[in-house]
Design a protein around this ligand. Structure first.
Ligand SMILES: [Zn+2]
Ligand SMILES: [Zn+2]
Length: 94
């Protein structure tokens, strides 16, 4: 998966990506959550602080991310979805 299409905060495909002036992009919700927790409008990657309330949306990235997400969900539907197995292999030496 191209690294450029994943959010550095949630490590997943962008949802409603926004772009900061430093050039880094994040999901809108990830960025808002980050800002709320840090109480600073800073970039989660380079820690640059921005005096703005609402970062501009990244429409090009949104189109790309939507296409990727669609592709991924189609691939998931065509296969058996196996539930994640808890990593409790230790102590289970049968
Ligand atoms: Zn995210
Ligand atoms: Zn940045």
């Amino acid at each position: 998966m191209p690294h450029v299409c994943t959010c550095p905060v949630c490590c997943d495909i962008f949802q409603e990506p926004v772009v900061l002036f430093c050039g880094h992009s994040f999901c809108k919700s990830c960025l808002q959550e980050w800002w709320r927790q840090s109480r600073l409008h800073s970039c989660p990657v380079c820690k640059k602080i921005f005096p703005v309330g609402e970062p501009p949306r990244n429409l090009a990235l949104r189109n790309l991310s939507d296409a990727l997400r669609q592709e991924r969900s189609q691939r998931a539907n065509s296969k058996d979805i196996s539930l994640p197995v808890p990593a409790s292999g230790r102590g289970c030496s049968d």
